[in-house]
Design a protein around this ligand. Sequence first.
Ligand SMILES: Nc1ncnc2c1ncn2[C@@H]1O[C@H](COP(=O)(O)OP(=O)(O)OP(=O)(O)O)[C@@H](O)[C@H]1O
Length: 215
Amino acid sequence: MQVTLNNIIPIPLKENLSKRPSDVWHSQIQFEKGCRVKIKAPSGTGKTTLVHYLYKMRSDYEGTVLWDNKDIQEIHGDELAVRRQQSISVIFQDLRLFTNLTARENIELNRVLQKPFYESHVIEEMADRLGITHILGQPAGICSYGEQQRIAIIRALVQPFSILVMDEPFSHLDKRNSEKAAVLIEEECAKRGAGLILTDLDEDEYFNYTTLSNL
Ligand SMILES: Nc1ncnc2c1ncn2[C@@H]1O[C@H](COP(=O)(O)OP(=O)(O)OP(=O)(O)O)[C@@H](O)[C@H]1O
């Protein structure tokens, strides 16, 4: 799937945006299969807002967001659900885990939404690589935030996608765990020939990105 931003301007940020240059807003940008794009911008400049626009969670913007040349405002119901299950996977900044469900149940829910992309043993293999095997049976709500981030990463990786969007996915992970997660994410994107869009506050070398620094 290709995602295109056509002259997007967030209405709540419009006044501030007229005072600063931007690599993203009021531009034509395409995110293609295979891309590695990092949006590096300070707190409060609109990274999460952009992620919500890309996934059709909010529509308070001028301009258009296209999925494969179709305005996402015209995508509803089953078509929207299938796109989210098959084409675009997101790790939200606030993770959106079900706190009463175990880590494994949170991941399983995404795996079995449609015809599973992976068999269930892949969850154990990914958990082992990210060092969270011991909390798989624990309610997500009592896991540390760093553990919850790794649950959300695995949940996003067990479904099919051609674009993966991650909003500050390593904010509570140390460097070693961030590197391990990045290697797994890169492998899963490469397997699918998928594109990756990541937001963050700082520089890093986890992926070979194109960086957009002004938001
Ligand atoms: N639903 C909304 N309606 C109006 N304004 C909003 C809404 N959501 C966020 N904002 C405002 O838009 C600005 C950008 O918020 P956003 O969460 O996108 O920033 P961010 O770059 O992701 O920040 P951080 O790095 O701190 O997570 C903030 O000033 C915020 O108050």
